[in-house]
Design a protein around this ligand. Structure first.
Ligand SMILES: [Zn+2]
Length: 222
């Protein structure tokens, strides 16, 4: 497999498979899944990074003021700022998914709150995109069990959305319900984001713009 380099701000680092495998056993057991995920993310989501996780969230460094994420590099999970080793019990992908800003006033008001809170945006000629932070947590049994994809609680709050609601297809802790019971078939993390999360996020944005949840999600999933 080709070498994969991840980036955060100015920093770039080579993803260390052995260091990642010391955290999650599936990497030794399912090398094809590892390769598909690393290469798929590098191809379609190059600004995302693989980082250490514990208790359902990415681990932050406790040894420096940056409190940066820790990524598998140079033989260990290391803080992206100070490079000191950090402890983790799992792995997660962290990054942002772009979604077109909607024109409705209700949506624009929420967009303003996100901006004030420091959430990012990106612009192409005539098009404005919100950059929506997400975390994708690997289950121990990957790729036989689906990953947990979570919105940031703060993002949900500012959008006026709950973090748990069946109508919003949110199962708690801001986790998106993107597969019906028994529907999971092994696929890459990049495919989960492209085939499921883009639609889930678009549906949430419709709700923020004023559509009832039942209509916003109809025909999308389940
Ligand atoms: Zn640090």
């Amino acid at each position: 497999m080709r070498d994969i380099v991840h980036h955060s701000g100015q920093h770039g680092w080579l993803v260390d498979r052995e260091a990642a495998a010391a955290t999650m056993a599936w990497i030794q057991r399912a090398p094809a899944a590892w390769q598909a995920d690393l290469e798929g993310m590098a191809d379609y989501f190059p600004h995302w990074a693989l980082v250490g996780a514990a208790d359902g969230a990415p681990v932050r460094c406790g040894l420096c003021a940056e409190r940066a994420f820790a990524a598998p590099m140079d033989g260990a999970l290391r803080c992206l700022a100070c490079r000191q080793p950090a402890a983790a019990t799992g792995l997660a992908w962290v990054g942002q998914l772009p979604i077109l800003a909607r024109p409705e006033t209700r949506f624009q008001r929420r967009r303003e709150s996100l901006r004030e809170a420091g959430f990012g945006e990106a612009a192409a000629p005539g098009l404005d995109y919100l950059l929506v932070p997400l975390t994708v947590l690997y289950p121990a049994e990957w790729p036989n069990v689906e990953p947990a994809v979570r919105y940031s609680r703060r993002w949900l709050q500012l959008m006026g959305l709950p973090s748990a609601s069946a109508a919003h297809h949110l199962v708690g802790a801001g986790q998106a319900c993107i597969f019906a019971w028994g529907q999971w078939r092994a696929m890459s993390i990049a495919a989960v984001l492209q085939q499921r999360m883009v639609n889930h996020l678009a549906s949430l944005c419709k709700i923020v713009a004023g559509q009832p949840p039942g209509q916003a999600f109809i025909g999308r999933i389940h």
